[in-house]
Design a protein around this ligand. Structure first.
Ligand code: IYR
Length: 223
């Protein structure tokens, strides 16, 4: 049997129940203020803030600790422009031909359309890639596990880290997204997972008035 297990002590601080309550409530109050925005200003977010948020994303739980992700951080205006143009081409097809009526109906409260000026204007585009496998030093193919769950969790960490650092985000998934491999020179077996648009909201930024489900509608407790 393989045995590469090297244990080390866990660093865990147990909180009192009142502290736990307060922290849980405080986190909810903070995270619920996050909104996806589409009206970004051109103000720059410091690279160091993005780097720290990425370090947080890299700590996400993931399949067999293979860390099956790669993040490309784009602040270069010419590259952002290329991404905008390619994404808008996909989106025009989506909105005018590909999207079924029920999907367009579901999107209608969000007020979205094929124009994506934020892809050029926002401070950073963080393009998240999923790796189904990798290669070791000898060129052997190593399979990754639970890749979509892993990259989803890392993306969630990233969004939360950016939010609490005062950075607004939008998850953007033009479909298909293969153009991102070409523009960003990533290997063809890496799958573009999403573009996370990061920056500051424009001064008079508006967001759709939408509601979240009450807890009893989306959670069941079996005591
Ligand atoms: N990718 C398109 C459409 C879109 C789809 C979903 I699901 C959304 O929640 C929002 C938009 C766009 O970005 O416009």
């Amino acid at each position: 049997m393989n045995n590469d297990y090297i244990p080390q002590p866990l660093n865990f601080t147990e909180l009192s129940e009142p502290e736990m309550e307060a922290k849980a409530a405080e986190f909810y109050q903070q995270i619920k203020t996050r909104r996806s925005i589409r009206d970004f200003s051109d103000k720059k977010v410091p690279d160091s803030v993005i780097q720290h948020a990425l370090l947080a994303a890299g700590t996400a739980p993931n399949g067999a600790n293979m860390q099956p992700w790669h993040f490309v951080v784009v602040s270069n205006p010419a590259v952002k422009k290329q991404i905008r143009e390619a994404a808008e081409e996909e989106e025009r097809e989506f909105y005018s031909e590909k999207a079924p009526e029920d999907w367009l109906d579901a999107l209608s409260p969000l007020g979205t359309d094929a124009d994506k000026p934020f892809l050029e204007r926002a401070s950073h585009l963080i393009v998240i890639f999923l790796q189904k496998f990798t290669y070791d030093e000898d060129g052997n193919k190593l399979k990754h596990y639970y890749t979509s769950e892993s990259v989803g969790i890392a993306s969630g960490f990233l969004i939360s880290a950016l939010h609490q650092a005062g950075v607004a985000t939008l998850t953007h998934t033009p479909s298909p997204m293969k153009f991102l491999n070409q523009i960003l020179k990533r290997p063809k077996d890496e799958r573009p997972y999403m573009i996370l648009v990061a920056g500051y909201p424009e001064k008079d930024c508006m967001v759709p008035s939408i509601e979240k489900k009450p807890l009893e509608q989306f959670a069941t407790f079996i005591d």
